[in-house]
Design a protein around this ligand. Structure first.
Ligand SMILES: [Zn+2]
Length: 602
């Protein structure tokens, strides 16, 4: 109930309160479409664009409407910049030293609180003259609708679990891609535009606004921070301190209730506990963390009224800006430190985790939930859960909060991508990774991987057949590096992104997403009649080979009954096969000494 008082933001109040505000009559022109409908509806792309265009025209000193790309269906990807000192470009914003906060709405277009909060807060920061001090030390960059094509695919039926607005956009893009799984593979044109935008702005803090699915509970907003990956300790410390000590308590004082993101262990029984969903670089916040930046996933609760969810988003951004205003430069100092250390430690063979799992050691969490009943369902044959939101209940539940690494990699000083893999090079370019093309051929001591036992998922996921498992063996070798190869040095702020794209052990690497599937393919085969002769010649020269063959026939019935496998046994051990390099991962790893030979001048 305490929430209700907070529902209607500011219009009447703030227009009167601000000394520099336009006359009251004019303020009614700035009621947002969602406010006008009492938060029953959310505006179309065209109406959102029109409102922001009008706002930017009315407040050119504070608001600029820009675009960072175009969707496949031809809509501009809007970006609104709110700044006090005319810092409307990435260059000016970076140069100002102010903390840059990027808020993203509508990556899942049906979860659109962040757009309606954007219209209200951008208005309040400019023409309404409210909260104007919040831009003293921060530049606010707001992406009002990321998935613009999905946003226009609007119906009442896109989000069955959600309590309004009346109609809403669709989760996926016009290509049916989920942008929030696309951050490393960047198959969507929108994502490629986003990556360029992000590399230009390098925002210090990124907030991605969503709406939950799942259980019912008292919280109107849950959140997730990227605390488990290779995020720099200074940025982690800022996140921990700023959010947990100041921003979340301030948010609660504004009449809200927040908690960590609740990933239920068992949807039938919330008391069984919640886990850490683990994120990863395919997700927005997981990706941003790899770029040394603070990131917060925001999930408003789907069953709260739309007005409550929009207000929660609005108030959280206000609380964030309020903290930054009170601690100017603190965040920028942390992100700059992270970038500098990443560059300085490029030759230190730093080990980073690339895959995680939860431990079986939970902590105890106090959950502000509701009473619930479980009954046997004759429809599902399982348990049917009903929550009673009139009966708040507090539960002590296990929280499987901690993640441990299941795969780690030691960073090389540089990678080499041979010229035969232009798609890999294109991906690096799309991520804004710095690399250089080698004009001359050379010979170098490198570390390389031999990949075996790949397992592809049977069904496509996000348009690709993911490699879910692969065995990786590393070896050192002296190899020829062809002219035109691409050298990717790791003394750059995005080094952790590079490793997550190029290391086969990383679940979101280009190999796992299928960009290098051909490395597993055999292209030449021995005719059976030729292999027969090859086998007999080999046995004559090497009796031990025959013993090995006989042992395999005896031990492996599948092998024993396959004529082609029996002949392949000899072909695969001949020089005729080794030229094929099946499973040879083409991307090479250089240590500092090898890199020094390539770049003696540095
Ligand atoms: Zn979402």
């Amino acid at each position: 109930m305490k929430l209700i008082r907070q529902l209607l933001p500011c219009l009447a109040l703030c227009a009167g309160a601000a000394a520099a505000a336009p006359p009251k009559a004019a303020m009614s022109d700035w009621i947002t479409p969602a406010e006008r409908s009492q938060f029953r509806t959310t505006p179309s792309y065209a109406d959102t664009h029109a409102y922001l265009e009008r706002l930017a025209a009315a407040a050119p000193q504070t608001i600029r409407l820009t675009r960072f790309g175009v969707s496949p269906e031809g809509r501009d990807l809007m970006l609104v910049v709110a700044a006090k000192g005319g810092e409307f470009t990435p260059e000016a914003a970076r140069a100002s030293g102010k903390d840059i906060v990027l808020v993203q709405a509508g990556i899942h277009a049906g979860e659109i609180e962040g757009k309606d909060a954007a219209l209200m807060l951008l208005r309040d920061l400019s023409v309404a003259g409210r909260h104007a001090k919040l831009l003293d030390h921060a530049i606010l960059v707001w992406l009002p609708i990321f998935n613009v094509d999905g946003h226009e695919n609007s119906t009442p039926y896109n989000r069955i679990n959600q309590n309004g607005p009346d109609e809403m956009g669709f989760r996926a893009t016009a290509q049916n891609l989920n942008l929030n799984r696309d951050y490393t593979k960047a198959d969507a044109p929108e994502m490629r535009d986003w990556l360029a935008m992000f590399a230009a702005w390098q925002p210090d803090l990124f907030m991605d606004i969503h709406t939950t699915d799942g259980a019912d509970y008292q919280y109107d907003l849950t959140w997730y921070m990227e605390s488990w990956g290779p995020l720099h300790p200074a940025v982690k410390a800022w996140e921990d301190h700023a959010f947990k000590q100041s921003i979340f308590p301030a948010f609660d004082r504004m009449g809200h209730l927040q908690a960590p993101y609740l990933d239920l262990v068992d949807h039938r029984d919330i008391t069984k506990g919640v886990g850490n969903f683990g994120s990863g670089p395919r997700f927005s916040t997981g990706y941003v963390a790899l770029r040394n930046r603070a990131a917060l996933l925001v999930e408003t609760h789907m069953l709260k009224p739309y007005a409550v969810r929009v207000k929660a988003t609005y108030d959280l951004v206000v609380a964030v800006l309020d903290y930054i205003n009170a601690h100017p430069g603190e965040l920028r100092k942390a992100t700059a430190q992270a970038d500098a250390d990443t560059i300085a430690h490029a030759n230190d063979r730093v080990e980073i985790p690339v895959a995680f799992k939860t431990t079986d050691q939970p902590i105890t969490m106090t959950l502000k939930g509701y009473a619930f009943t479980q009954q046997k369902s004759d429809i599902s044959g399982d348990t049917w859960v009903t929550y009673d939101p009139k009966t708040p209940r507090t539960y002590e539940i296990p929280f499987y909060r901690d993640l441990i690494a299941t795969a780690s990699v030691r960073l090389p000083a540089a990678y080499i991508v041979p010229p035969g893999w232009p798609e890999v090079v294109d991906k690096l370019a799309q991520h804004g990774i710095r690399f250089e093309r080698l004009a001359e051929a050379s010979s170098l001591d490198v570390e390389r991987y031999r990949l075996t036992k790949p397992v592809w998922d049977a069904k496509p996921f996000e348009g690709r057949h993911v490699i879910s498992e692969v065995a990786i063996a590393a070896e050192h070798a002296k190899v020829g590096i062809p002219a035109g190869s691409v050298l990717v040095p790791m003394d750059q702020p995005a080094a952790n992104v590079v490793a997550n794209l190029l290391e086969p052990a990383a679940p979101d690497s280009l190999l796992r997403w299928g960009f290098l599937d051909t490395v597993f393919e055999q292209k030449e085969y021995a005719d059976a009649r030729v292999a027969e002769r090859l086998a007999r010649d080999a046995i004559a020269k090497d009796p031990a080979l025959k013993a090995e063959f006989d042992a395999k026939v005896a031990a492996d019935p599948e092998f024993a009954k396959s004529p082609s496998a029996r002949l392949a046994f000899f072909y695969e051990r001949s020089p005729w096969f080794t030229t094929q390099q099946v499973g040879a991962y083409p991307v090479l790893r250089l240590d500092a000494a090898a890199l020094g030979k390539l770049r003696p001048a540095r």
